[in-house]
Design a protein around this ligand. Structure first.
Ligand SMILES: CC(C)(COP(=O)(O)OP(=O)(O)OC[C@H]1O[C@@H](n2cnc3c(N)ncnc32)[C@H](O)[C@@H]1OP(=O)(O)O)[C@@H](O)C(=O)NCCC(=O)NCCS
Length: 148
């Protein structure tokens, strides 16, 4: 296991830091997974809390948190650049998002996990529920975790 320090931060500078998140998402979801760009960016991005992960100052991972009116929060758009996977970056982003949700008083975090990524989220304490469904041509299952 590579022990290179991973730093995570909540994006506060929308112009520059969010541009890094958007670039990582474009590379992973649009270029690698073939998700249409018009679906990748959506109206929730402007209100969401975004996390950016860096390794030695280089932006390598991201994810977002959308607070819901029913008191839950939805985690999404989790992406790590391919060459940086398997070193704990995704886990660090997930933990930062969960911690942020807790600070906002959220008791339950939910997400739609791509089937191949379910073991990653299970590793982070999430449990799958419900049937498989298709979103942007990719099979998903809902997952949740009690965090409060
Ligand atoms: C899913 C993703 C964010 C995980 O990021 P990562 O930095 O590679 O994850 P980590 O290194 O923190 O992995 C944590 C654990 O989950 C496991 N894991 C990670 N990705 C996995 C995958 N796709 N399938 C199975 N297990 C996986 C790792 O083996 C690791 O377990 P270990 O510590 O026991 O070895 C990353 O693979 C990615 O960006 N994938 C493409 C985009 C995507 O599918 N996003 C999810 C949309 S729902």
């Amino acid at each position: 296991m590579n022990r290179t320090p991973i730093e995570t931060r909540i994006v506060s500078d929308r112009e520059q830091e969010f541009a890094h998140c958007a670039a990582i998402r474009a590379e992973v979801f649009v270029d690698e997974q073939g998700v249409p760009p018009e679906l990748e960016m959506d109206e929730l991005d402007s209100a969401a809390i975004h996390v950016l992960a860096t390794v030695e100052g280089e932006p390598v991972g991201t994810g977002r948190l959308v607070l819901k009116e029913d008191g839950t929060a939805r985690i999404g758009r989790m992406a790590v650049l391919r060459v940086h996977r398997g070193r704990g970056v995704g886990t660090a982003v997930l933990e930062a998002l969960v911690q942020q949700a807790r600070q906002c008083g959220v008791a339950t975090a939910v997400l739609a996990g791509q089937l191949h990524a379910l073991p990653f989220y299970e590793h982070g304490g999430f449990t799958a529920y419900g049937e498989e469904f298709e979103e942007a041509g990719i099979l998903h299952r809902m997952m949740s975790k009690q965090i409060g």
